[in-house]
Design a protein around this ligand. Structure first.
Ligand code: MLT
Length: 404
């Protein structure tokens, strides 16, 4: 008789955003007349930028002619895209990352889930609490997290770094040295970030204790403050301890297009073993490349027109973020984030639990958000709203919330 991967049986419930989607579907089926405003999952609503559309059309036409047709993409991704990434995301910021350290993928969600495969089962992971659930769930699936305690909603072998109002939602170095540290900055879900010097502190710490940092920079385009790093490689010594994940979902609206990349520097080694070589082996074996059309779309985000158009798109969403944050504060809520990230993290009123507030908002305001406790135990009593809706819907949602 075949055996299953028992680790999957340990996972409590379904994936956070699947649970929310199920709840929302049940509500809309029971209340078909209600007009819901969805500020839950961080899914974009604005159309793709004209420069991106133009590049995609051109690539589609190329695929229709034998002389310009493209089959399987090269293992690491097309050079035209990796060169553009190396130039615009790294060289321009003074980071020495070469195109062959960049692995193009179908997005940061898959990479953030898959990257743990190249690490041993005994590594101790450290995560912020609250945290993007993919990091923990993917480690559960591979048996790295120990035993789940339903009461505390924690795993015995995971090191949690609480990020709460008391510490400004900034993780502190754990008491016990971890092997793998997941950092998402600007942070999902709290919307907060840390200044350069503090990020440098994490790099120094990782190099000192021999840990690897898995750095999720999916929200980098939303940084508005000067003293915040756009890449972990802006820090000295990061190439020997950090892997960086990037996404085109949030900066270019590619949630439905799918494109991202991971940087594994060649200097990053465990004794003599190159993690770059391992990820190349994994990538080559398990992934057949993002589509040519999509990689051309990615390249277009770096053209002068593309950059200008995406800047406008980010500004559009950040106007929503300010609208939500100011509106909530006017209505007496305590709200965080929204300055360097498209997420607003609010304290639930009257000590309501995160899920109670979810139901309350859904039923009384017909607004969908994300319960903070879904991101980890320290998220209990908090709630996340996304700035990725349309401006009109964002305004309408705030009007509804203010009337509660
Ligand atoms: C979120 O809402 O946290 C993200 O959009 C989900 C994701 O990127 O997978």
């Amino acid at each position: 008789m075949f055996k299953i991967n028992e680790n999957y049986q340990k996972l409590p419930g379904s994936y956070l955003f699947s649970t929310i989607a199920k709840k929302v579907t049940a509500y809309t089926q029971a209340n078909p007349d209600k007009d819901l405003i969805r500020l839950g999952i961080g899914d974009v609503t604005q159309p793709l930028a004209p420069a991106v559309i133009e590049a995609m059309h051109k690539a589609v036409d190329e695929m229709g002619k034998a002389e310009t047709f493209h089959g399987y993409a090269p293992d690491l991704g097309y050079e035209f895209l990796r060169n553009a990434i190396a130039e615009h995301d790294y060289k321009c910021r003074g980071c020495d990352i070469s195109p062959d350290e960049i692995f193009v993928s179908d997005g940061a969600k898959s990479d953030s889930a898959n990257i743990q495969e190249i690490f041993g089962p005994d590594n101790r992971i450290a995560v912020c609490d609250p945290v993007y659930p993919v990091y923990v769930d993917s480690n559960v699936m591979s048996g790295r997290t120990g035993v789940y305690d339903a009461k505390s909603e924690t795993w015995s072998d995971v090191i949690y770094m609480p990020c709460t109002m008391e510490n400004g939602f900034v993780p502190e170095f754990p008491k016990e040295a971890p092997d793998m540290i997941y950092l998402c900055l600007p942070n999902n879900p709290t919307g907060t970030t840390i200044p350069n010097a503090q990020l440098q502190g994490w790099v120094d710490y990782a190099n000192k204790v021999g840990a690897v940092i898995i750095y999720d920079g999916a929200y980098e385009a939303y940084i508005s403050e000067a003293d915040v790093a756009h890449s972990i490689y802006e820090c000295e010594g990061a190439k020997s301890c950090a892997i960086e994940l990037k996404s085109y979902s949030k900066n270019a609206g590619f949630t439905g297009v799918r494109l991202g990349y991971t940087v594994v520097p060649k200097e990053l080694k465990c004794n003599d073993v190159s993690l770059h070589g391992m990820w190349a082996r994994r990538h080559g074996t398990k992934f057949n490349g993002a589509p040519y059309i999509v990689q051309r779309a990615g390249e277009a985000t770096y053209s002068p027109e593309g950059k200008a158009q995406l800047k406008e798109q980010v500004a559009y969403y950040m106007k929503n973020a300010a609208t939500i944050k100011n509106g909530l504060q006017d209505a007496g809520y305590t709200a965080f984030g929204g300055v360097n990230a498209p997420y607003i993290w609010l304290k639930t009123p009257d000590h309501m639990s995160s899920w109670d507030f979810f139901d309350y908002l859904l039923e009384k305001a017909n607004v969908v958000g994300t319960p903070g406790s879904g991101f980890g135990p320290s998220g209990e009593g908090y709630f996340r709203l996304t700035a990725f809706g349309s401006f009109e819907n964002t305004l309408a949602a705030l009007e509804r919330i203010k009337k509660l």
